[in-house]
Design a protein around this ligand. Structure first.
Ligand SMILES: Cc1cc2nc3c(=O)[nH]c(=O)nc-3n(C[C@H](O)[C@H](O)[C@H](O)COP(=O)(O)OP(=O)(O)OC[C@H]3O[C@@H](n4cnc5c(N)ncnc54)[C@H](O)[C@@H]3O)c2cc1C
Length: 467
């Protein structure tokens, strides 16, 4: 007979969704079991958000001391070593993972390491190193994450890789074709090209970052060109042929022609599918949405009232901070704290950590025009921002979209140094319903990048100063 234990709540998966939900449940007085089979801290801390940001920092420095050396008065023979960047990214990741165990211990959460498989809507079995454990629970939160999508007929190999294989590789190829110009494709392109890899990104849509505002895509295309990254849009993947030392990527172009690209490696970055198989979901009665994600309501509850799902497995917006917020809402709902539900995922901020960065929330201008009768749109060029010049990143813009009737902000699209840090002021103003007329009187420190926001708000009410 396997060991059997009982908890108020079980959380399956210790990524940013799961570990945050477990902590919030424990803070609210629940006994909590947290189950993880591989990555404490999930994709984000181990092979996603955190190590990529460490790599991007090294890449920025590498660019600075090579292509921009003269500009900063750096001379002599300079070499940049990707293995040092790799080692730093692993150290940063490992440190953050230790922090997760510290937090679970501090909050009295019981960790179970091993694969969890639901036996019913009230019990789950965990295959730990010391044998199977059956956990009985009142509530469960599924935070099982997502896995990279693959193109049918193409397997991941040593040369045709996904993000995880690439980020865990200490070496960079001399040349690579990245399939997919979304955030992950673009971030990896930045890292690799900064260390001299010849990068081509191919994208089936007609622009890079196709889910972002069209102006953002244009700015990113410029940036990619300046980094000598080739961008081929309107190109869909027909297949990949592999030899012992190269890959040939076969493409169908929008004009009907075929094209072949030869490189040392190919990386597929075409998005993620929710993890919904292989852990007994069928034993719980939990239903899937048509797009094969776990269907949840605004409080993250599935059709089985005792079971919740959060994070990438819900496919709402596959970002760490969204998973964390969903985790808090699910935990508080279970504990009877009656939090506000999440109805509008488009209002959540999103970012891409290139130099300059991209950050946005709300609809693109095109979407907003299709949805709103009257809009106010203002765009301030960061070329007119003093701090952007002082930082050596005088590029990008702040574009704000407001409803002309309510005079409230409905969206923002920023390309600027540290854009990911700038956006929070705008999401707060939008969610709190602050009017653009009130925002117009909010004084920003000089010289700061956030003056770009101030200028764009001036533009919304009619009077930009530095433009
Ligand atoms: C390269 C890359 C860069 C990214 N950068 C950013 C970024 O900068 N900002 C951002 O917001 N997001 C970023 N993301 C997305 C972010 O990593 C995810 O949105 C986030 O990790 C989702 O959290 P989660 O808790 O839903 O799932 P995950 O982090 O995927 O965690 C799920 C966990 O569940 C475990 N698990 C699954 N099934 C079982 C089972 N049956 N038994 C036991 N354990 C199980 C898995 O091992 C995993 O550890 C990035 C992703 C990638 C790939």
């Amino acid at each position: 007979m396997p060991d059997s234990q009982t908890f108020d709540a079980v959380v399956l998966g210790a990524g940013p969704g799961g570990y945050v939900a477990a902590i919030r449940l424990a803070q609210l007085g629940k006994s909590v079991a947290l189950i993880e089979e591989k990555y404490w801290g999930g994709v984000c801390l181990n092979v996603g958000c955190i190590p990529t940001k460490a790599l991007l920092k090294n890449a920025e420095v590498a660019s600075l001391v090579t292509t921009e050396a003269a500009h900063y008065g750096i001379g002599g023979e300079i070499t940049v070593d990707y293995s040092a960047a790799f080692n730093r990214s692993r150290q940063v990741s490992e440190g953050r993972v230790k922090g997760i165990h510290y937090l679970t211990k501090k909050n009295g959460i019981t960790e179970f390491e091993g694969r969890g498989t639901f036996l019913s809507a009230n019990s789950i079995s965990v295959a730990t190193a010391s044998g199977d454990v059956v956990i009985n629970f009142t509530n469960a939160i599924i935070a099982a994450g997502a896995s990279p999508r693959q193109i049918p007929g193409i397997a991941f190999t040593e040369r045709v890789v996904n993000y995880e294989q690439q980020i865990l590789s200490q070496e960079l190829p001399k040349s690579i074709v990245i399939v997919g110009a979304g955030p992950i494709g673009v971030e990896f392109a930045f890292v690799m090209s900064s260390y001299g890899t010849e990068v081509t990104i191919v994208e089936a849509q007609d622009r890079a970052l196709p889910l972002e505002d069209a102006d953002t895509s244009k700015e990113i295309a410029k940036l990619l060109r300046s980094k000598k990254i080739n961008l081929l849009t309107g190109a869909s993947l027909a297949g990949i042929d592999e030899t012992t030392d190269a890959v040939t990527v076969n493409l169908n172009l929008a004009n009907g022609e075929a094209k072949q690209l030869v490189a040392e490696k190919a990386m597929i970055a075409i998005g993620f599918g929710a993890n919904v198989t292989g852990y007994g979901l069928e034993n719980t009665g939990v239903e899937l949405a048509p797009n094969k994600t776990i269907q949840v309501n605004s409080h993250l509850q599935t059709n089985v009232s005792s079971i919740y799902a959060i994070g990438d497995v819900t496919g709402k917006m596959q970002l760490a901070h969204v998973a964390e917020h969903q985790g808090v809402v699910a935990a508080e709902t279970i504990a009877g704290a009656e939090p506000a539900g999440i109805d509008d995922y488009r209002a959540m901020p999103r970012a891409i950590f290139t130099t300059p960065q991209v950050a946005s929330f709300g609809p693109t201008e095109e979407q907003a025009r299709a949805e709103n009768a009257e809009l106010l749109v203002s765009k301030f060029s960061m070329v007119a921002n003093g701090k952007a010049h002082a930082l050596g990143v005088p590029a990008g813009f702040v574009k704000l979209i407001a409803d002309a009737g309510t005079r409230k902000l409905i969206g923002a699209h920023i390309v600027a140094a540290d854009a990911s840090e700038l956006i929070a002021e705008l999401t707060l103003a939008s969610s709190a319903g602050v009017s653009i007329d009130d925002m117009n009187h909010n004084v920003h420190i000089h010289p700061t990048l956030s003056e770009g926001i101030q200028e764009a708000i001036h533009g919304l009410v009619g009077e930009m100063i530095n433009a």
